[in-house]
Design a protein around this ligand. Structure first.
Ligand code: HEM
Ligand code: CU
Length: 437
């Protein structure tokens, strides 16, 4: 039976987690959640009306011990438009609590349950239409520690995947509304960790140190997609399969069903960045499912050593190409050849690019405002954020300088400038040579 005074659970914002439990007896734990409907950024410049537990997607991670009695208070913000409730997969009983917690705006419900089984469990709103409440961000994790507690880890973080359905296309700016047709088709616009593109990258990256261990509590709210959870550059020493007690070892990618979870531990023996992805990688590179762990500390060449910089090895064909491109007509034909062989792979044959991945070269305000700048882009590549025809791109174009001669670059840029509704003009080989030097 629970001992001592009830304990107020101290909840923290994701990706943080409450401290490990060191109690050797069950207790009564009071958990207070509030459902709130809040407009927040889902990606840079893109806003969405999230429905949340405690204002964040995912809601806070709840951490209790097996045998604890949880007194769960569910308040619904008076400013809400919807009734909400909570279904915790750690509960044995009707609706996981949903039946007892349907709460109108401005009201509060209370129900208690005993945490009978240890594991990592999803909680979510189960108010009809359930897929809509989940798609709008109403999910989180409850960790029930076994009586002996969890093994020690140097860092613990909380990550939860979800699929989002906006009326606008990926990265279309402004306030986006929920798209029921995309939900029905199970074709999300965004697949995200922690409810926002960039929530775990750049300044928000998770941190570790050389020689440390990292534990991730990873859930999948769905509502629709299963996750092939993978850390690029890492191996899971331990993976609690489906969040249960079975521990698998040396795992590369672990499957997390919608409405499921896992607990993984990985060592970080070398410095650098590891990337968290759904290895259905379209979601990672074109729908936002990307996170990062930055590992700091001294290099460990015995485990990982970077080779010399790559060099381009087959320049043999170039001299023939150069002599070929003599007259204006030859130059145009050569420019078209280079465009078709090289540029169109990404910018597409019609130069319209691909939304969210490759900017257009057709009618490109970016290109036309400064054609000289394009010389450096083709020679040295381009990365970082740019805006082309009011759409943002944050991707990587490889350096083509090692592969293309000065003539070829001049010809292809002149070709692009004089086609695809661009403004015309000429780039000469000597201009390319000057930038290359
Ligand atoms: C950006 C030209 C090949 C991927 C750009 C831009 C230009 C350009 C002018 C600036 C933005 C714009 O005006 O739309 C070319 C030419 C190519 C070529 C002339 C062939 C000689 C490629 C290839 C790839 C690629 C092969 C993919 C492997 C990209 C990406 C960006 C970009 C991702 C945006 C980079 C960022 O977001 O910072 N390219 N490109 N390009 N290009 Fe290319
Ligand atoms: Cu709800």
């Amino acid at each position: 039976a629970p001992q001592g005074a009830p304990i107020e659970e101290k909840l923290v914002d994701p990706p943080g987690v409450p401290a490990p439990i060191h109690r050797n007896h069950p207790a009564r734990v009071i958990v207070r959640l509030e459902t709130r409907e809040v407009v927040k950024e889902i990606a840079d410049g893109v806003r969405y009306d999230f429905w949340t537990f405690n204002g964040s997607t995912p809601g806070p991670l709840i951490r209790v011990r097996e045998g604890d009695t949880v007194e769960l208070h569910l308040r619904n913000d008076p400013n809400s438009h919807m009734t909400h409730n909570i279904d915790l997969h750690a509960v044995m009983g009707p609706g996981g609590g949903a039946v007892s917690t349907a709460t109108a705006p401005g009201h509060e419900s209370v129900f208690t349950f005993k945490a009978m089984r240890s594991g990592v469990f999803v909680y979510h709103c189960a108010t009809p239409p359930v897929p809509m409440h989940i798609a709008n961000g109403m999910y989180g994790l409850i960790v029930v520690e076994p009586p002996q507690g969890l093994p020690k880890a140097d860092h613990e973080y909380y990550v939860m995947q979800g699929d989002f359905y906006t009326t606008g296309t990926y990265h279309e700016p402004g306030l986006q509304s929920f798209d029921m047709q995309k939900l029905l088709a199970e074709q999300p616009t965004y697949v995200l960790f922690n409810g926002r593109e960039g929530s775990l990258t750049g300044d928000n990256a998770l941190k570790s140190g050389v020689g440390d261990t990292v534990r991730l509590f990873v859930g999948n709210g769905g509502p629709n997609l299963a996750s092939s959870f993978h850390v690029i550059g890492g191996i899971f020493d331990d993976a609690n399969v489906e969040g249960g007690t079975l521990v698998n070892h040396n795992v590369q990618t672990t499957l997390i069903p919608a409405g499921g979870a896992t607990m993984v531990e990985l060592s970080t023996p070398v410095p650098g960045a590891l990337l968290l992805v759904d290895h259905s990688v379209t979601r990672a590179f074109m729908k936002g499912a990307m996170g990062q762990i930055d590992i700091s500390g001294p290099a460990q060449p015995a485990i990982y050593e970077k080779g010399p910089n790559t060099t381009f090895v087959s320049k043999a064909a170039l001299p023939a190409q150069q002599s070929m491109a003599a007259s204006a007509g030859d130059k145009a034909a050569d420019g078209k050849r280079v465009f078709t062989q090289i540029c169109s792979a990404c910018h597409q044959g019609n130069a319209m690019g691909l939304p969210g991945a490759f900017p257009p070269l057709a009618m490109s305000d970016y290109l036309n405002s400064d054609p000289q700048r394009a010389i450096g882009i083709v020679l040295h590549g381009l990365s970082g954020k740019i805006t082309v025809n009011s759409t943002g791109y944050e991707s990587v174009m490889p350096a083509l300088g090692p592969q293309l001669s000065d003539d070829e670059i001049a010809n292809v840029l002149t070709y692009v400038l004089n086609n695809f509704n661009n403004k015309g003009g000429t780039i000469s080989a000597s201009e390319v040579k000057a930038v290359r030097a």
